[in-house]
Design a binder for this molecule. Structure first.
Ligand SMILES: *Cc1c(COP(=O)(O)O)cnc(C)c1O
Length: 454
């Protein structure tokens, strides 16, 4: 561990030099993690925290996992980097094959990149180029459809399809045109939907758009089942399935962004499985390496892939690449991540944890300022509101969600909120006892921030 003088320097540089993601540096309070083991983190002062956010949604089997560590060491003895531009390496080839075998049926080809945002950019560009060079070209297809409050990453294409106004407003002049469908929210529902089946209501809005402008829409992008960064907004059952049917009917490619929900988070390997959906493009990231190295992938079908084949002079090539795409270290640990899913039967261990989380959330839901709790598998959001009856939010400047997480941190649980939604997103490897401690901390935080001394 660093001595006091070193720690003080680290804190100073951390606040003044290291510009953190999505962080207001003017009031950043350094949390410097020095080591981790399983689902526990230790900061430079030796304080222990349970990792309640899975290292921002990417850790799966815990930190410092022997199998994952060994995979990187093993690969290091061979080669650390091979370009994906016209060359290859065994780890990337094997990973491509494993992903195709695991993914929903029909997704037979894998394009590697290095972040979720890049995987989304790749999907957006492939969809656009596809309609220009498929056997029945549709050059009028220049638009995308996306959901309200969607989050798909922070590069400009991903921001264009993103719908979180708080993040995007300043960049508006740089973004391309997107047709926005209302977020299929099951908590804050529009008054017009009152007498109707919610799934039908939201699907009818999609169909109306597609009927009107489907011939101009290249692709629709959806984060399946639960829009995580939007504030853990849960879709009504059948929505994804319905969108798959409508996009097929109106000849629109479906992009499923499983960067957050993929790799076991919702209880199945991929969220699409729960509605028996095969998208035309599937974006993977975050959990793909168990939270170790930056790897992302965009999977697609024969129909899409084949449209890119031809003579070099036909310019059908996908002119896109990332220097670290398919890098052997990342792919080796991604393969080990899938091995551990099998060895530890990770998906089979989930149901009791999902049940425990549900039971704990039911209790939390009874607190007077909890507007709603939303859960899909091991992902949950607890939304705090000023008034439960009217669903009136707290003024956002009061940062109630953030305060709950500060209290949780004092209780030894690391959490990060989304506005007034307290997020519980542990690694699937979490134990029941650790899950209880996370929920205890959330409950204690909510009680103090919403019930005491208002
Ligand atoms: C995190 C996330 C992304 C972006 O992934 P990065 O690796 O951070 O670029 C894209 N889509 C969804 C749904 C995400 O949660």
């Amino acid at each position: 561990m660093p001595d006091e003088q070193e720690k003080s320097l680290l804190r100073t540089w951390d606040r003044t030099i290291y510009w953190h993601a999505f962080t207001q540096m003017a009031d950043y309070d350094p949390l410097i993690i020095e080591r981790a083991e399983g689902c526990r983190l230790w900061d430079i002062d030796g304080r222990e925290y349970i990792d309640g956010v899975a290292s921002l949604w990417c850790n799966v089997h815990g930190h410092h996992h022997p199998v994952l560590d060994a995979a990187i060491r093993e690969q290091l003895q061979r080669v650390a980097h091979v370009t994906s531009l016209g060359a290859s390496n065994p780890a990337a080839i094997r990973l491509a094959k494993r992903l195709v075998d695991l993914a929903p049926a029909g997704l037979g080809h894998v394009f590697f990149s290095d972040s979720g945002a890049a995987a989304v950019e790749v999907a957006i560009k492939i969809a656009f180029q596809f309609w220009r060079q498929c056997s029945d070209p549709r050059p009028r297809k220049t638009l995308y459809a996306a959901l309200g409050d969607a989050y798909h990453g922070d590069t400009l294409g991903a921001v264009s399809v993103g719908g979180v106004d708080r993040f995007n407003a300043v960049f508006q002049p740089l973004l391309f045109e997107v047709r926005r469908l209302p977020c299929p929210d099951t908590y804050r529902t529009p008054p017009e939907s009152a007498s109707r089946d919610l799934t039908d209501f939201y699907l009818s809005q999609a169909e109306e758009l597609f009927r009107r402008e489907g011939d101009r829409i290249a692709a629709m992008i959806v984060e399946p089942l639960m829009q995580c960064a939007a504030g853990m907004i849960a879709h009504p059952p059948g929505y994804l399935r319905g969108i798959r049917e409508l996009t097929r009917k109106y000849e629109i490619l479906l992009i499923a962004d499983e960067v957050a929900v993929g790799f076991g988070r919702t209880g199945t390997m991929f969220a699409c499985e729960q509605e028996s959906v095969s998208p035309d493009l599937l974006c993977l990231g975050k959990g793909i390496t168990g939270g170790y190295l930056p790897v992302a992938a965009t999977l697609t079908t024969d129909a899409v892939y084949d449209a890119f084949l031809g003579d070099y002079a036909s310019l059908r090539t996908f002119f896109h690449g990332h220097t670290y795409g398919g890098n052997p270290l990342g792919c080796a640990v991604a393969l080990a991540n899938l091995d551990v899913f099998e060895q530890e039967k990770t998906l089979k261990t989930l149901p009791p944890k999902v049940t425990r989380l549900r039971e704990r959330l039911e209790r939390i839901a009874e607190r007077p300022h909890v507007g709603s709790v939303r859960q899909r598998g091991l992902i949950a959001g607890v939304e705090l509101v000023r008034d439960r009856g009217t669903k009136e939010p707290y003024p956002w400047t009061e940062c109630r969600g953030w305060k709950v997480c500060q209290i949780a941190r004092e209780c030894g649980v690391f959490l990060r909120p989304l506005g007034d939604v307290v997020v519980i997103f542990p690694p699937p490897a979490i134990s029941l006892e650790e899950l209880d401690r996370i929920c205890d901390a959330v409950e204690a935080g909510i009680r103090r921030v919403t019930e005491e001394g208002e």
